[in-house]
Design a protein around this ligand. Structure first.
Ligand code: UFG
Length: 330
């Protein structure tokens, strides 16, 4: 495989893992990132254009400078809790920014896009495992911003003939085993890195948001998927789009749910550290349980997660967090 691809948000957590896989597969990625959460050090050796999706001139310039075969779009605000507090930021970045990207693609004649969507489009699930056909009813602006983009992509596919794949990620975690890249948000809001920071003494303790959900131990249940498994599905999507018109959505998860306390216990086993925690009130916008049915991605894309164990996922994150090469704790 070869070809030039634009990776918006390529210096971020999931984007940088994507860039590594693209390089390994023989592609020529160009990263477009405003570095608000991304890190130049995460994409060393790869062309990096510092720019913002809210700046159409910057987008036009990057498309004018290269002939892209496809676009990966990872650049978005991602915190469920923050989206409840400041919805305007989420709609502007995640919807207006992505519309600007689609405009630039259309002007440049680039017709394929892989889009990062989210399990948050489902809201509070009505089934144990969530398939793509499950009703979509987001319970926070973050989820709405992503669902709006899925609709916008479907409409663009009909009106302008673009091909699009949206991946609804469940909970991305872990790091590339090479140790060069990993998760480094500032501030960090995600469970696994916050647990590991508490294990390292970088925060006084883990705060667990809510223990009165309708789950086995009262804490929220999530489906954790290794970041490299997310990236490998994105790679498979390029081939798949060669043969399939239109806009399509796929879940990406392992199909197993772990409560926040179970993840904490798995981290205790991996680190050997009794990580302190306390229970806090619920975080607004959190669904109780989110577990994926990823059969569609498996059957259509021939994709299989390679790192399905929660301890294996945490182990790879632990290796990174003990020796981060960049980010707030480097
Ligand atoms: N949590 C804590 N303490 C923390 C951080 C998180 O208790 O310090 C809890 C949350 O309340 C939630 C669970 O851990 O119950 C997972 O929270 P994360 O913030 O790690 O992840 P989310 O499930 O909120 O969100 C992630 C992605 C979203 C995506 C969603 C879909 O960040 O983009 O998964 O499942 F939409």
């Amino acid at each position: 495989m070869s070809g030039k691809v634009l990776v918006c948000g390529g210096a971020g957590y999931i984007g940088s893992h994507m860039v590594r896989q693209l390089v390994a597969a023989g592609f020529e990625p160009v990263v477009f990132d405003n570095l608000s959460q991304g890190h130049a050090a995460a994409v060393e050796g790869v062309p990096l254009v510092r720019g913002d999706l809210l700046d159409p001139a910057a987008l036009a310039a990057v498309f004018a400078g290269h002939e892209f075969d496809a676009v990966y779009h990872f650049a978005a605000l991602i915190s469920v809790g923050d989206s409840v507090i400041a919805p305007e930021l989420y709609y502007r970045n995640n919807v207006v920014g992505a519309l600007n990207l689609l405009d630039a693609m259309r002007t440049a004649g680039v017709g394929r896009i892989v889009f990062s969507s989210t399990a948050a489009v489902y809201g509070n699930p009505r089934t144990d495992k969530i398939a793509e056909t499950h009703p979509q009813a987001p319970i926070n602006p973050y989820g709405w911003s992503k669902l709006m983009m899925e609709q916008i992509l479907a409409d663009h596919a009909r009106a302008h003939g673009i091909r699009a794949v949206s991946f609804r990620y469940f909970n991305a975690a872990g790091a590339d085993p090479g140790g060069a890249i990993g998760e480094a948000h500032d501030p960090e809001t995600h469970l696994v890195p916050n647990i590991l920071c508490a294990a390292l003494g970088l925060r006084p303790m883990l705060e667990i948001f809510g223990d009165d959900y309708d789950t086995s131990d009262g804490t929220c249940v999530r489906d954790y998927i290794h970041v490299n498994d997310i990236a490998s599905a994105h790679l498979a999507a390029l081939d798949w789009m060669d043969a399939h018109e239109g806009a399509h959505v796929f879940n990406l998860g392992n199909g197993s749910g772990f409560s926040n306390l179970e993840v904490l216990e798995a981290a205790r086993k991996v680190t050997g550290i009794d990580i302190p925690h306390r229970i806090r009130p619920r975080r607004e916008g959190d669904a109780g349980t989110l577990v994926a049915d990823s059969a569609k991605a498996q059957s259509h894309l021939g994709w299989r997660p390679q790192h399905s164990g929660i301890e294996e996922i945490i182990e790879s994150a632990w290796a990174w967090h003990r020796a981060p090469k960049y980010g707030p704790f480097a």
